[in-house]
Design a protein around this ligand. Sequence first.
Ligand code: RB5
Length: 148
Amino acid sequence: MRETIPIASDHAGVDLKERLKRELLALGYAPLDLGTDGADSVDYPDYAHPVAEKVERGEVQRGILLCGTGLGMAYAANRHHGVRAAVAWTPEVAHLSREHNDANVLVLPARCISEDTGVEILKEWLATPFAGGRHSRRVAKIEPGEGT
Ligand code: RB5
């Protein structure tokens, strides 16, 4: 069965979201588009929270968010328990966000990267497993009060 991956953006990320949806389909995933759909200005938290809630509840393994810088989406998504939303602006950052940080939400800064770079980042992020080991201990310590 195809893995469902929720994806959402504000107005700044709509074009790249459409491109990433096509790439996800071509890679065998089932993108679940949670908006926004057009160029009208919207508020990024309204789109970050629904994706993060799906990850928090365990309905999906991972999700994707896009806004202009990636920052607002990451701030909102990271308020959710168990969500590790990583802004990635190069494939290397995407790789390390998975390998070291077990990121479960990829956040793309749509105004700061080309569409082709966005696709490369997506592919690297999807393909990279968490390394575990010492990184598991560090990830566990992200939660306040855990292991500190
Ligand atoms: C929208 O203008 C912009 O603020 C938003 O896309 C994002 O960059 C916020 O963090």
